[in-house]
Design a protein around this ligand. Structure first.
Ligand SMILES: C[S@@+](CC[C@H](N)C(=O)[O-])C[C@H]1O[C@@H](n2cnc3c(N)ncnc32)[C@H](O)[C@@H]1O
Length: 216
């Protein structure tokens, strides 16, 4: 993603700390207190400009959502949407996903969304892909037993890599679609990238991957 420097972004984020949480490590194990309820928590890693997660928050008020985004100049657009909609069930963290376990405790998260993650096409960069095994291990540490990853992408190479990575890790694949927009999947909320790529005629791939670590 091309990231434009926005010098005002950090001030805007600081001014809206009820939505863009500063020092999120303080709330590890306490996110239900932050939201003021015990509803399930779903996170999106690489939220970008926030269209998907704000849409999900409006559609599902009984679920709490947390968007994780590395760049302040990008997350600020998501924050503007949350502020405009005054969403009580959505928070944003301007942090790097590699540090997820600093912010979330074991069993604290119910689902991870990955949407149009950076493909890192060069083989030597494969470890940076958000579906690489080290990231799957990270998600497993914060997810409930039997938690799920829901993944969408337009990138065939990343999708192929991710299916192999999920299955090698022992996740169970469900609801696999090689053409989401021409499938019977209902209630899809498009991300900014999804709109852009599907307008160009690209197919959208989607899969759900479930950790098989339930207590028997
Ligand atoms: C290609 S964009 C997709 C944005 C959005 N999900 C969409 O579909 O429109 C990928 C986003 O993931 C973010 N990202 C990549 N690696 C990340 C990481 N390690 N931690 C947090 N965000 C990350 C990038 O900054 C970028 O905004």
């Amino acid at each position: 993603m091309r990231v434009r420097h926005k010098p005002w972004a950090s001030d805007f984020i600081a001014e809206h700390s009820q939505y863009a949480i500063a020092n999120p490590e303080q709330y590890k194990g306490k996110w239900n207190e932050v939201f003021g309820n015990n509803n399930p928590i779903h996170i999106e890693v690489g939220t970008g400009k926030g269209q998907f997660l704000t849409g999900m928050s409006v559609q599902n008020p009984e679920i709490n959502y947390i968007g994780i985004e590395l760049f302040d100049s990008v997350i600020v657009t998501a924050l503007q949407k949350v502020v405009d909609l005054e969403l009580p069930n959505m928070k944003l963290l301007n942090v790097n996903a590699k540090d997820l376990t600093e912010y979330f405790d074991a069993n604290e998260i119910d689902r991870v969304y990955l949407n149009f993650s950076d493909p890192w096409p060069k083989p030597r960069h494969s470890k940076r892909r958000l579906t690489f095994k080290s990231f799957l291990a990270l998600y497993e540490k914060i997810l409930v037993k039997g938690g799920e990853i829901h993944f969408k992408t337009d990138n065939q190479g990343l999708f192929e890599f991710s299916l192999i990575s999920f299955s090698e890790y022992g996740l169970k694949l469900k609801f696999l679609s090689l053409d989401l927009h021409n499938s019977d999947f209902e209630g899809n909320i498009m991300t900014e990238y999804e709109e852009k790529f599907s307008e160009k005629g690209q197919r959208i791939y989607r899969v759900e991957a479930k950790y098989m670590n339930e207590i028997k």
